[in-house]
Design a protein around this ligand. Structure first.
Ligand code: GLN
Length: 232
């Protein structure tokens, strides 16, 4: 299985993402600069966190116009798996690949700490290795992670099981609507989340709960292609 890690000017979690793929599931990954125009060689595209284009205008609002985004849209249409984390999530919402928008944290502060998340949907290519409603520990690091979506879209998302992660009740760090921490598109092949699974791949980092995200992706892809799955 081949992974792409997109790199925009100002990305700063691209190496963490690359290392998480290499260390947890030992699959090949390439860094892809934002001017690339073809992503057809990849089975999963990772859009990492950071401060693309300095967060000018709005987080992700300029990156969304990079040449690679056209190739990303084409990949999504082919059914390729896409995971956006933090600034990656912001870029995917700005591009209209995911519903909603990320607003300034309600505290008006950059928040950087572990969070308790509830797995709301373990029936996605990214979450099969978790139990439904499991509580996991994944860190956040953002200033604009306050997920907003209008009521009608939220209802539609709930009906389609597009809410993938919520912050544990009482532990919402940013004011997100309905405690939402991660969502998917309708088809389920694109997900975005503010917490960083790639920073939770070893006990030394405070949690290894993020590893199972990478196992989920690999095993779902392998099952689909008739290959033996790996044990986590
Ligand atoms: N870690 C990140 O990706 C941060 C995203 C964005 N720059 C923010 O502060 O919200």
């Amino acid at each position: 299985m081949k992974f792409a890690v997109l790199v925009f000017p100002g990305s700063n979690c691209d190496k963490d993402m690359y290392n998480a793929v290499r260390d947890s599931i030992q699959q090949p990954a390439d860094y892809i600069w934002h001017t690339a125009t073809d992503l057809s060689a990849y089975d999963c595209i990772l859009v990492p966190g950071g401060f693309s284009f300095g967060d000018y205008l709005r987080c992700g609002a300029i990156a969304r116009f990079s040449p690679v985004m056209k190739a990303l849209v084409e990949a999504v249409e082919r059914g390729t798996y896409v995971l956006g984390v933090c600034n990656g999530f912001q870029i995917l919402t700005e591009a209209g690949l995911l519903p909603g928008a990320l607003l300034r944290n309600n505290t008006l502060k950059f928040r950087c700490h572990q969070t308790a998340l509830i797995v709301e949907n373990n029936n996605t290519p990214f979450t099969t290795a978790y139990s439904q409603n499991e509580e996991i520990t994944i860190p956040i690091a953002h200033g604009e992670g306050n997920y907003y979506v209008d009521d009608a879209t939220l209802e539609e998302m709930q009906a389609n099981n597009q809410i993938i992660f919520r912050y544990k009740k009482g532990a919402n760090p940013n004011g997100s609507t309905d405690d939402i921490a991660g969502v998917s598109n309708k088809r389920g092949n694109v997900i975005g989340m503010m917490p960083h699974p790639e920073r939770a791949v070893h006990e030394l980092l405070g949690s290894s709960d993020g590893r199972r995200m990478f196992y989920s992706i690999l095993n779902t892809w392998r099952e689909k292609h008739g290959e033996a799955t790996v044990v986590r």
